[in-house]
Every structure is written in structure tokens, then in C-alpha cells.
Design a protein around this ligand. Structure first.
Ligand SMILES: Nc1ncnc2c1ncn2[C@@H]1O[C@H](COP(=O)(O)OP(=O)(O)OP(=O)(O)O)[C@@H](O)[C@H]1O
Ligand SMILES: O=P(O)(O)OC[C@H]1O[C@H](OP(=O)(O)OP(=O)(O)O)[C@H](O)[C@@H]1O
Ligand SMILES: [Mg+2]
Length: 282
């Protein structure tokens, strides 16, 4: 039975469970459940603190886990990412009050507050910056106002938390993060249970980002129409009862669907429909 770590709290928890549910797995009904067996799919889920997940996976007691890339790197655990999941996207950045420093090189002798000590200590060492790091559990933005640090290093998504604290980002992002699937470094890549799990999640990612498009067009416009909707392999083209017309079916990126429909219409295509994809295996 595959043993999988799932975040039990925070930004990763809801979207991770939603994705697993979409992939056909049973998910817990209430947040106090810490372990859940899904016998039909031969999987056991362990709901753990996001920060601890890479550590459990690196120990080999759990086969794979869902966590954030930033948390994985911060943990220093012997685990590696094997699939990007496209949610909990963020950057990890330094921020200060305006006028404190022009770049990280000016941090010499300053104190930097962060919940991600591992990432920050490594970044400072790599850049040869001699600054102190103070660890805080959260709400790190307030550390400057309260005089605990001159600089913070934290997760930034919209930048609202920084603005509210009167801070501005400084220097380039230290890293960009999103939710990822991790496994122990060097674990066998072709374990069939792991492969099946990854295929299911990849199916969800594709189903979320593509729609199915159907339309009718004149045979003489087919090549131009197919250039707009090349599909993943190649579109399905079927004859219509009306001679000189064909029906075309292809997957298209959801974000481009409306523009493609406009272009097809302009080409003379009609009965242009899009439908959601609920699940797929490519
Ligand atoms: N506002 C945000 N937008 C996108 N991703 C975020 C945001 N805040 C945190 N994350 C991501 O969530 C993960 C951190 O999860 P974690 O549960 O430790 O913290 P959290 O979501 O801030 O929750 P809390 O601090 O309330 O426990 C990291 O991968 C981080 O990049
Ligand atoms: O750029 P933004 O869109 O404002 O998002 C970033 C903020 O979101 C998270 O905080 P959270 O609400 O989880 O509180 P925390 O600081 O206690 O973790 C993160 O730690 C940042 O503070
Ligand atoms: Mg947080």
C-alpha cells in the first residue's frame, strides 16, 4: 500500500486535498483525522504539518508527500521533487523598510527575521553576507516594526502583507515556489504504485488546464482550422452528412479557448463548442 504525506494545515492543505479528491482518492471529512486508508486505491494518507513532510519522506517511512518547494529546501531533508502541482505559487524574498539597504550586500551586520532559516542561512553564506538570522514562526513582517530585525525574508504572493507592514522587496527573489510531490532522493523512479499516483495527478493537471473543443468547418478550411487547434497528438476529423463539411475535435488550452473560438468563427467554422474535461490519462 502506497503511503502518502498530505499537508494538514495552511495554504497547501485545502488545494492538496481537493486535487487528490479530483484524482479519485478518498479524502478525510474533518480536520482532526490524521490517517486515512483508501482501500479501493490501495493508498494510505497521513495528514502532517507541511514543514515536516519532507523529513518523513526522507526517512523512508512514507513513500511520497505533497509539500512546498520552499519547505522542502528549507528542511535540508534528503528528498527531491518529482512533480510540480501548480498551486500555492509564491516567491521567497527579502524585504526592508525603504532606505534600509540597496541590496543584500548591504545586509552585513544586520539581523534578518524569517521562518525559513535553512534557506536564508544558505543564501547568505553563498553570497558571502555576514548577517544574523532570527527564527520566527510567522507574521514575520511585524518583526521590523517591533525592532527585532532590520530585514525579513518571507513568502510573498500578492505583496499585500509587505505593503501593510510598510516594507518593500529588495534584491532578486531567492526562489520561486509551488506545491510539489516529493520522494526520497534516489528512490526507484519506476515503482508502479508511485507511477500510477503521478499519472492520476498529471491527469488532474491536464483536465484543469485544457478543454475539449468541437466544431464544424468547410473541408477547404480544414488545414487553417487545424493549425489553430493542433490538439495534443492530432485532432480527430470526421465527415459530416453535408458534403464538403467536416467535424473537428481537439484539446485546447483553456486560457486560449475564447480567442481560438473567435478565430475559428472568423474562418467560417460553426457550432463551436467547448466542454470541460473531468479526467484524463495522456
Ligand atoms: N499567501 C500565500 N500564497 C501562496 N502560497 C503561500 C502563501 N503563504 C504560504 N504559502 C505557501 O504555503 C507553504 C507554507 O505552508 P504553511 O502551512 O507552513 O504556511 P501557511 O500557508 O503560511 O499557513 P500558516 O502560516 O497559517 O500555518 C509554502 O510552500 C508557502 O510558499
Ligand atoms: O504576499 P501576500 O499575498 O500577502 O502573501 C504572503 C503572506 O502569506 C503568508 O502568511 P500567512 O497568512 O500564512 O501568515 P504567517 O505569516 O503567520 O505564515 C506568508 O507568510 C506571507 O506573510
Ligand atoms: Mg504562513
Amino acid at each position: 500500500m502506497l503511503r502518502i504525506a498530505v499537508p494538514n494545515k495552511g495554504s497547501l492543505s485545502g488545494p492538496a486535498s481537493a486535487m487528490l479528491h479530483e484524482a479519485g482518492y478518498k479524502q478525510r471529512k474533518e480536520s482532526k483525522e490524521l490517517v486515512l486508508v483508501d482501500p479501493d486505491n490501495e493508498v494510505e494518507f497521513f495528514y502532517l504539518r507541511p514543514r515536516d513532510i519532507a523529513i518523513y519522506v526522507s526517512s523512508g517511512k512514507l513513500d511520497i508527500g505533497i509539500t512546498g518547494r520552499d519547505l522542502l529546501l528549507d528542511s535540508g531533508a534528503n528528498a527531491e521533487e518529482i512533480l510540480e502541482l501548480g498551486f500555492a505559487r509564491s516567491t521567497f524574498r527579502y524585504a526592508t523598510r525603504p532606505g534600509t539597504a540597496e541590496g543584500p550586500a548591504d545586509f552585513h551586520g544586520m539581523t534578518i527575521a524569517t521562518s525559513y532559516e535553512g534557506i536564508v542561512a544558505k543564501h547568505l553564506a553563498d553570497q558571502g553576507i555576514d548577517a544574523s538570522v532570527v527564527h520566527l514562526d510567522g507574521a514575520v513582517e511585524t518583526a521590523v516594526q517591533l525592532g527585532v530585525a532590520q530585514v525579513i525574508a518571507d513568502v510573498v504572493e500578492t505583496g499585500t502583507s509587505l505593503r501593510n507592514a510598510g516594507l518593500e522587496v529588495i534584491g532578486e527573489p531567492i526562489l520561486t515556489s509551488e506545491a510539489v510531490v516529493v520522494r526520497r532522493t534516489g528512490a526507484s523512479a519506476d515503482d508502479p504504485e508511485v507511477q500510477r499516483f503521478l499519472r492520476r495527478l498529471q491527469g488532474v493537471l491536464v483536465a484543469r488546464s485544457y478543454v475539449m473543443m468541437d466544431y464544424d468547418c468547410r473541408a477547404e478550411h480544414l488545414e487553417q482550422a487545424v493549425a489553430l487547434t493542433p490538439g495534443l497528438e492530432s485532432p480527430t476529423v470526421s465527415p459530416l452528412h453535408n458534403e464538403g463539411w467536416v467535424a473537428v475535435r481537439a484539446m485546447v488550452p483553456a486560457k486560449d479557448a475564447q480567442r481560438i473560438m473567435d478565430d475559428l468563427y472568423a474562418l467560417g467554422a460553426r457550432a463551436i463548442l467547448t466542454t470541460e474535461i473531468h479526467a484524463c490519462r495522456l
